[in-house]
Design a protein around this ligand. Structure first.
Ligand code: FE
Ligand code: FE
Ligand code: MG
Length: 161
């Protein structure tokens, strides 16, 4: 990365890259969990849920791109092997076993809640230390908070049917 661009980072850059790679792994797994969930889902109001799941999948993929770009900018290498996704992930992967709409929603809500907590930690870590990464993480966190709310609203609609 640019010499001065690196100098203004008031954090251990190697450690920061490690955290960003963990988040990158989480995003790929979240992307796939939404993507495959939208394929296998069954039950009432399934079409509305599929639309939401696919939108979220697209957001998670975009987040992966934002993280990979920042890792490269910091002089790091984004995870190169999908095998590392489950190894390095903080939130892990929850394979859908029951394809019922409510079960799929519950799994994804759990995933979003984990994501919110890990991005909150990254926000605290980068605040006043690395404004560029901070700004990226705030954008992602804002999306994850919206995702959780969207899914819980759908869950509520389904439960009151
Ligand atoms: Fe995300
Ligand atoms: Fe999300
Ligand atoms: Mg949404």
């Amino acid at each position: 990365m640019g010499t001065i661009g690196q100098k203004i980072v008031g954090l251990d850059v190697e450690e920061l890259i490690k955290s960003l790679n963990e988040a990158l792994a989480d995003e790929w797994l979240a992307y796939y969990q939404y993507w495959i969930g939208a394929k296998v889902i069954k039950g009432v109001m399934k079409d509305a849920v599929i639309t939401e799941l696919n939108q979220h999948a697209a957001d998670e993929l975009r987040h992966a791109g934002m993280l990979a770009d920042r890792i490269i900018q910091l002089g790091g290498i984004p995870l190169l092997d999908p095998k590392e996704w489950t190894e390095k992930s903080g939130c892990g992967y929850n394979a859908p076993k029951d394809f019922n709409v409510l079960k799929i929603l519950a799994q994804n809500i759990k995933g979003e809640q984990c994501a919110i907590q890990s991005y909150q930690k990254l926000v605290e870590k980068t605040k006043d230390k690395d404004i560029v990464t901070y700004n990226i993480i705030v954008q992602i966190l804002t999306d994850e908070v919206e995702h959780e709310e969207d899914l819980q609203a759908l869950e509520e609609d389904l439960k009151t049917k």
